[in-house]
Ligand binder design. Sequence first.
Ligand SMILES: Nc1ncnc2c1ncn2[C@@H]1O[C@H](COP(=O)(O)OP(=O)(O)OP(=O)(O)O)[C@@H](O)[C@H]1O
Length: 310
Amino acid sequence: MMSAIIVVKDFSKWYGDYQAVEKVSFEVEEGSSFAFLGPNGAGKSTTINTLCTMIDKTSGTLLIDGKDVSTQKNAVRKAIGIVFQEPTLDQKMTVQENLYSHCIFYGVPRDEINGRTDELLRLMDLIEWRGQFVSTLSGGMKRRVEIARALIHYPKVLFLDEPTTGLDPQTRNRIWEYIMKLQKEKDITIFLTTHYIEEAEVCDRVAIMDNGKIVVNDTPQALKGKYTKTRSRLRVKDNRKAEIILLQQEVAYAKKNGDFHIEVRDMANFIELIQLLKEDILDVEIMKGTLNDVFLEITGKQIREGGDAR
Ligand SMILES: Nc1ncnc2c1ncn2[C@@H]1O[C@H](COP(=O)(O)OP(=O)(O)OP(=O)(O)O)[C@@H](O)[C@H]1O
């Protein structure tokens, strides 16, 4: 049976007389990956910072692993690992020393420190670099050290706040592979914010926040089904003949650069249309809606709009 490891109910946050989060409710299933998206200023950081016990709620209930983030801060902190956008490693220490100091901070039993360090450095492909000073590592490796460090006290939930921002696409892909491996192997719950839609695409659920409220919360597939259209571009030999068939079939179309653009509402009808046109067809393209389209439809903004500092 799946159960909710994060429970947020009627959460509101005011900064003075400005309401940043308005009665937000959602749950995250244990062992799942949850992408938390929204335009700048939507209230994402406020929600994450409250869940991570760094700021206090104004009202509502926020629980992690059954513990209240306001009244059981220490228990919540033990249950979570955090990787923020801003690097927080000690550059003047080695990889291993960074993990060690985290173990001490979290009270990991001394006889378990070496075993856990080895396990996580192996998982993140960092074992040969254990004695290296962090300052000498590449951006992608530093990020992997941060992830390993965030997991050393065996948290149940890992918060990743834009974990790949600032990294090149190849490194981003690798980090993402590690995150997915982690989720599988350690059955950890991943709570992710990102400006890269392809990272949200592979999560179990996607919630989109806008103006302090959660507007949608569903699987990527369901969101695409509900908020996007499938379109097709057709190129035919005889435009006149095609136009007659499209009219007979009552299919609305637009013509652009000699191509017909239509919306595919029903696949069976579309295939029927293609069969009617088949002698004349030169090219067919089917364009599925993307999560980007969902984001744009819901928020009116591009996900990367101003979100990427570089
Ligand atoms: N300490 C604060 N005092 C006053 N207003 C704040 C404070 N922190 C955030 N806000 C405001 O609350 C709103 C939500 O901010 P928040 O940082 O949670 O948004 P966000 O979705 O994380 O945006 P971003 O993607 O830019 O980080 C914004 O309008 C912001 O200006």
